[in-house]
Design a protein around this ligand. Sequence first.
Ligand SMILES: [Zn+2]
Ligand SMILES: [Zn+2]
Length: 136
Amino acid sequence: MNNPASISGGCLCGAVRYRAEEPLWVAHCHCRSCRLASGGAFTTFAGFARQSLVYLSGQPALFESSPGVHRGFCARCGSSLTYQSDRWPDEVHVLIATADAPEALEPQAHVYCAEKLPWIHLDDGLPQHPGTSNPD
Ligand SMILES: [Zn+2]
Ligand SMILES: [Zn+2]
């Protein structure tokens, strides 16, 4: 993986700004819950250790989209920003389309392809997992 050591980014209106160090992984998620939370056909996340994500201004509001799952968004402009789950208590997942330079991050896989929209056609050569990339 050839990702930058840190990323910065924020929401559409600029009220929430963040910085995060050392991306652990980058993946596209095709689950329906991500579609409803983001309004997009799929989402792209980078995983970070929770303590490596710091807010430079503002804080996302949190919505519990499933038991133990909290999605963070800007309460002013609505940008979807983060995902945290009790399933991965040490990680926070950042929606990297909100990064200042998302092109610097390299996605490694597609997850939840069982829920992918049929009109999304993938030909990037990345692995396509029906659920998460870590069966458990
Ligand atoms: Zn905002
Ligand atoms: Zn998802």
